[in-house]
Design a protein around this ligand. Structure first.
Ligand SMILES: COc1cccc(Cn2ccc3ccc(-c4cc(N)[nH]n4)cc32)c1
Length: 229
Protein backbone atom coordinates (compact mmCIF):
# COMPACT_ATOMS: atom_id res chain seq x y z
CA UNK A 1 0.00 0.00 0.00
CA UNK A 2 1.80 3.18 -1.13
CA UNK A 3 2.04 6.15 1.23
CA UNK A 4 -0.27 8.91 -0.06
CA UNK A 5 0.63 12.52 0.67
CA UNK A 6 -1.64 15.52 -0.02
CA UNK A 7 -0.12 18.99 0.41
CA UNK A 8 -2.41 22.02 0.64
CA UNK A 9 -0.67 25.39 0.09
CA UNK A 10 -1.06 28.83 -1.50
CA UNK A 11 2.39 28.32 -3.09
CA UNK A 12 2.24 25.02 -5.05
CA UNK A 13 5.47 25.93 -6.89
CA UNK A 14 7.37 25.54 -3.58
CA UNK A 15 6.92 21.78 -4.05
CA UNK A 16 8.45 21.42 -7.52
CA UNK A 17 11.64 19.97 -5.91
CA UNK A 18 9.67 16.87 -4.92
CA UNK A 19 9.78 15.80 -8.58
CA UNK A 20 13.59 15.60 -8.43
CA UNK A 21 16.11 13.05 -7.20
CA UNK A 22 15.10 10.56 -4.49
CA UNK A 23 11.62 12.04 -3.99
CA UNK A 24 10.95 11.89 -7.73
CA UNK A 25 12.16 8.29 -7.92
CA UNK A 26 10.01 7.34 -4.91
CA UNK A 27 6.95 8.62 -6.78
CA UNK A 28 7.92 6.93 -10.07
CA UNK A 29 8.40 3.66 -8.19
CA UNK A 30 4.84 3.82 -6.88
CA UNK A 31 6.00 3.61 -3.25
CA UNK A 32 4.70 7.12 -2.61
CA UNK A 33 2.13 9.35 -4.31
CA UNK A 34 2.29 13.09 -3.67
CA UNK A 35 -0.42 15.55 -4.76
CA UNK A 36 -0.16 19.33 -4.35
CA UNK A 37 -3.39 21.38 -3.98
CA UNK A 38 -3.73 25.15 -4.29
CA UNK A 39 -5.78 26.40 -1.32
CA UNK A 40 -7.20 29.23 -3.45
CA UNK A 41 -9.05 26.62 -5.56
CA UNK A 42 -11.21 26.12 -2.46
CA UNK A 43 -12.22 29.76 -1.96
CA UNK A 44 -15.61 31.08 -3.09
CA UNK A 45 -15.15 34.85 -3.31
CA UNK A 46 -14.10 36.83 -6.36
CA UNK A 47 -10.76 37.75 -4.80
CA UNK A 48 -10.02 34.15 -3.76
CA UNK A 49 -9.09 35.51 -0.32
CA UNK A 50 -7.61 33.22 2.32
CA UNK A 51 -6.86 35.56 5.22
CA UNK A 52 -8.45 38.16 7.48
CA UNK A 53 -7.62 40.31 10.51
CA UNK A 54 -7.04 38.53 13.86
CA UNK A 55 -9.79 38.59 16.53
CA UNK A 56 -8.36 40.17 19.70
CA UNK A 57 -6.08 42.42 17.63
CA UNK A 58 -2.39 41.97 16.97
CA UNK A 59 -0.11 42.35 13.97
CA UNK A 60 -0.51 40.49 10.68
CA UNK A 61 -3.32 38.39 9.26
CA UNK A 62 -4.73 34.96 10.05
CA UNK A 63 -5.86 32.35 7.49
CA UNK A 64 -9.65 31.91 7.52
CA UNK A 65 -10.97 28.41 8.35
CA UNK A 66 -13.45 27.75 5.52
CA UNK A 67 -11.05 27.32 2.57
CA UNK A 68 -9.08 24.89 4.75
CA UNK A 69 -12.25 22.99 5.64
CA UNK A 70 -13.19 22.70 1.97
CA UNK A 71 -9.67 21.67 0.92
CA UNK A 72 -9.14 19.11 3.70
CA UNK A 73 -12.66 17.64 3.23
CA UNK A 74 -11.76 17.08 -0.45
CA UNK A 75 -8.94 14.65 0.45
CA UNK A 76 -9.55 13.39 4.02
CA UNK A 77 -10.40 9.78 4.89
CA UNK A 78 -10.63 8.05 8.26
CA UNK A 79 -7.05 6.82 7.63
CA UNK A 80 -5.67 10.37 7.29
CA UNK A 81 -3.14 12.09 9.54
CA UNK A 82 -3.39 15.90 9.33
CA UNK A 83 -0.05 17.61 9.88
CA UNK A 84 -0.04 21.33 10.62
CA UNK A 85 3.46 22.87 10.64
CA UNK A 86 3.72 25.66 13.26
CA UNK A 87 6.44 27.18 15.46
CA UNK A 88 4.15 26.26 18.37
CA UNK A 89 4.11 22.54 17.54
CA UNK A 90 5.78 19.49 19.03
CA UNK A 91 9.32 19.04 17.71
CA UNK A 92 9.62 16.94 14.55
CA UNK A 93 12.38 14.34 14.91
CA UNK A 94 13.77 11.19 13.32
CA UNK A 95 11.41 8.99 15.40
CA UNK A 96 8.45 11.12 14.21
CA UNK A 97 9.71 10.78 10.61
CA UNK A 98 9.74 7.01 11.08
CA UNK A 99 6.14 7.10 12.35
CA UNK A 100 5.00 9.20 9.40
CA UNK A 101 6.85 6.88 6.99
CA UNK A 102 4.57 4.05 8.12
CA UNK A 103 1.34 6.04 7.78
CA UNK A 104 -1.28 5.41 5.10
CA UNK A 105 -2.24 9.00 4.27
CA UNK A 106 -0.62 12.31 5.28
CA UNK A 107 -2.27 15.70 4.71
CA UNK A 108 0.06 18.71 5.17
CA UNK A 109 -1.68 22.05 5.78
CA UNK A 110 0.91 24.71 4.85
CA UNK A 111 -0.09 27.96 6.53
CA UNK A 112 1.20 31.44 5.81
CA UNK A 113 0.68 34.91 7.38
CA UNK A 114 0.50 34.40 11.20
CA UNK A 115 -0.95 30.92 10.87
CA UNK A 116 -4.31 29.17 10.40
CA UNK A 117 -7.50 29.77 12.47
CA UNK A 118 -7.14 27.26 15.34
CA UNK A 119 -10.67 25.93 14.75
CA UNK A 120 -9.34 23.95 11.77
CA UNK A 121 -7.24 21.86 14.17
CA UNK A 122 -10.14 21.76 16.68
CA UNK A 123 -12.60 20.55 13.99
CA UNK A 124 -10.49 17.63 12.72
CA UNK A 125 -8.93 16.54 16.05
CA UNK A 126 -12.00 14.45 17.12
CA UNK A 127 -12.21 12.90 13.63
CA UNK A 128 -8.60 12.02 12.64
CA UNK A 129 -5.03 12.08 13.97
CA UNK A 130 -3.93 15.76 13.97
CA UNK A 131 -0.29 16.72 14.68
CA UNK A 132 0.95 20.30 15.09
CA UNK A 133 4.68 20.02 14.33
CA UNK A 134 7.68 22.37 14.46
CA UNK A 135 10.95 21.64 12.65
CA UNK A 136 13.01 23.75 15.04
CA UNK A 137 13.14 26.79 17.28
CA UNK A 138 13.20 29.45 14.56
CA UNK A 139 10.35 31.14 12.72
CA UNK A 140 9.83 30.57 8.99
CA UNK A 141 7.53 32.67 6.78
CA UNK A 142 5.16 29.74 6.34
CA UNK A 143 4.70 25.99 6.59
CA UNK A 144 5.92 25.12 3.09
CA UNK A 145 9.65 24.70 3.80
CA UNK A 146 8.83 22.81 7.02
CA UNK A 147 6.58 20.50 4.99
CA UNK A 148 9.32 19.88 2.40
CA UNK A 149 11.72 18.95 5.20
CA UNK A 150 9.24 16.62 6.90
CA UNK A 151 8.28 14.93 3.62
CA UNK A 152 11.93 14.36 2.66
CA UNK A 153 12.87 13.03 6.13
CA UNK A 154 9.84 10.71 6.20
CA UNK A 155 9.73 9.45 2.60
CA UNK A 156 13.40 8.37 2.68
CA UNK A 157 12.42 6.00 5.51
CA UNK A 158 9.65 4.34 3.48
CA UNK A 159 10.83 0.76 2.87
CA UNK A 160 12.22 0.44 -0.65
CA UNK A 161 12.84 4.15 -1.24
CA UNK A 162 16.51 4.11 -0.27
CA UNK A 163 18.55 1.78 -2.46
CA UNK A 164 20.80 0.79 0.43
CA UNK A 165 18.85 0.49 3.72
CA UNK A 166 22.21 -0.19 5.39
CA UNK A 167 22.86 3.56 5.30
CA UNK A 168 19.85 4.08 7.57
CA UNK A 169 21.42 2.13 10.40
CA UNK A 170 24.48 4.28 11.08
CA UNK A 171 23.11 7.70 10.23
CA UNK A 172 22.87 10.40 12.86
CA UNK A 173 19.80 10.45 15.10
CA UNK A 174 19.22 6.73 14.67
CA UNK A 175 22.16 5.86 16.98
CA UNK A 176 22.96 7.96 20.09
CA UNK A 177 25.01 11.01 19.13
CA UNK A 178 25.97 12.36 15.72
CA UNK A 179 27.71 10.69 12.79
CA UNK A 180 31.49 10.35 12.46
CA UNK A 181 33.23 12.41 9.71
CA UNK A 182 33.43 10.92 6.21
CA UNK A 183 36.27 10.92 3.67
CA UNK A 184 36.76 9.78 0.07
CA UNK A 185 39.39 10.04 -2.70
CA UNK A 186 41.91 11.61 -3.18
CA UNK A 187 43.99 10.34 -0.21
CA UNK A 188 45.67 13.77 -0.01
CA UNK A 189 43.85 16.98 -0.90
CA UNK A 190 45.50 20.41 -0.71
CA UNK A 191 48.07 18.94 1.70
CA UNK A 192 45.43 17.34 3.92
CA UNK A 193 45.59 13.54 4.40
CA UNK A 194 42.73 11.12 5.06
CA UNK A 195 43.11 9.69 8.64
CA UNK A 196 45.56 6.77 8.32
CA UNK A 197 43.33 4.29 10.12
CA UNK A 198 40.70 4.54 7.35
CA UNK A 199 43.24 3.31 4.79
CA UNK A 200 44.48 0.47 7.05
CA UNK A 201 41.86 -2.16 6.29
CA UNK A 202 41.67 -2.96 10.02
CA UNK A 203 37.90 -2.93 10.40
CA UNK A 204 37.82 -3.18 14.18
CA UNK A 205 40.27 -0.26 14.49
CA UNK A 206 38.17 1.70 11.97
CA UNK A 207 34.99 0.99 13.97
CA UNK A 208 36.71 2.12 17.18
CA UNK A 209 38.03 5.30 15.54
CA UNK A 210 34.57 6.12 14.14
CA UNK A 211 32.93 5.61 17.55
CA UNK A 212 35.55 7.93 19.13
CA UNK A 213 35.00 10.56 16.41
CA UNK A 214 31.23 10.36 16.91
CA UNK A 215 31.65 10.99 20.67
CA UNK A 216 34.08 13.89 20.10
CA UNK A 217 31.73 15.47 17.55
CA UNK A 218 28.64 14.93 19.72
CA UNK A 219 30.39 16.42 22.77
CA UNK A 220 31.43 19.48 20.77
CA UNK A 221 28.33 20.04 18.61
CA UNK A 222 25.42 18.31 20.39
CA UNK A 223 26.15 17.61 24.08
CA UNK A 224 22.36 17.36 24.51
CA UNK A 225 22.49 14.04 22.62
CA UNK A 226 25.14 12.49 24.89
CA UNK A 227 23.81 9.45 26.80
CA UNK A 228 22.55 10.47 30.26
CA UNK A 229 22.30 14.17 29.34
C1 LIG B 1 2.07 30.54 13.94
O1 LIG B 1 2.89 31.57 14.49
C2 LIG B 1 3.63 32.29 13.63
C3 LIG B 1 4.24 33.41 14.10
C4 LIG B 1 5.01 34.18 13.25
C5 LIG B 1 5.16 33.79 11.91
C6 LIG B 1 4.54 32.66 11.45
C7 LIG B 1 4.73 32.26 10.02
N1 LIG B 1 4.07 30.99 9.73
C8 LIG B 1 2.82 30.90 9.19
C9 LIG B 1 2.51 29.55 9.04
C10 LIG B 1 3.63 28.80 9.50
C11 LIG B 1 3.88 27.43 9.61
C12 LIG B 1 5.07 27.01 10.18
C13 LIG B 1 6.02 27.94 10.61
C14 LIG B 1 7.26 27.48 11.27
C15 LIG B 1 7.55 26.22 11.70
C16 LIG B 1 8.81 26.29 12.30
N2 LIG B 1 9.54 25.27 12.88
N3 LIG B 1 9.23 27.55 12.20
N4 LIG B 1 8.28 28.30 11.57
C17 LIG B 1 5.77 29.31 10.48
C18 LIG B 1 4.58 29.74 9.94
C19 LIG B 1 3.78 31.91 12.28
Amino acid sequence: MPLRIDVITIFPDYFAPLQLSLMGKAQQSGLVTIAIHDLREFTSDRHRSVDDTPYGGGAGMVMTPEPWGQAIDAVVTDQSTLIVPTPAGKLFSQPVAAELAHSTHLIFACGRYEGIDQRVVEYYRPRIDVRELSIGDYVLAGGDVATLAMIEASVRLVPGVLGNPESLVEESHQLPGVEYPSYTKPPTWRGLDVPEVLLSGHHDQIARWRAEQSTIRTTHNRPDLLPGS
